[in-house]
Design a binder for this molecule. Structure first.
Ligand code: 5GP
Ligand code: ZN
Length: 117
């Protein structure tokens, strides 16, 4: 198991290969896989392998946070027509976070209304 792997954390289990996922990228630091319930034509989650709770914790590791952003850009460039994307970190229950292993949503390929969330 990866360092700090939590057997009760669904994304730790995906990182460890215990739960299947449709991976579009993986490297030593992060994996990226398609969301089970896509909210846009391209909906990928970029997930650091090491468990941390949310982007507030991830911000303590700026190189890793920057790597998440860079992988998001690469995934969008490879899997959507124009390469444009939204990068969203739901942070805390009241913001809709349901999985408390930090992940960036990459949303692309949709028609996003101006000003919409
Ligand atoms: P949150 O609301 O925490 O920001 O987003 C969690 C996301 O993880 C949701 O969009 C949900 O569809 C996705 N998700 C939850 N469990 C799984 C899973 O086992 N596999 C995959 N591929 N996505 C998952
Ligand atoms: Zn975890």
């Amino acid at each position: 198991a990866a360092p700090h792997a939590d057997p009760d954390c669904v994304f730790c289990r995906i990182v460890a290969g215990e739960i299947p996922a449709d991976r579009v990228h993986e490297d030593d630091a992060v994996i990226a896989f398609r969301d089970l319930s896509p909210q846009a034509p391209l909906h990928v989650l970029v997930v650091p392998r090491a468990h941390s709770r949310d982007v507030r914790e991830l911000a303590a590791e700026p190189a890793l946070l920057a790597h998440v952003a860079e992988v998001a850009g690469r995934v969008a460039a490879e899997h959507s027509d124009d390469g444009d994307f939204r990068l969203i970190f739901n942070t805390g229950e009241n913001a809709g976070q349901t999985v408390f292993h930090v992940h960036a949503h990459v949303l692309a390929g949709g028609t996003f209304a101006e000003g919409a969330m």
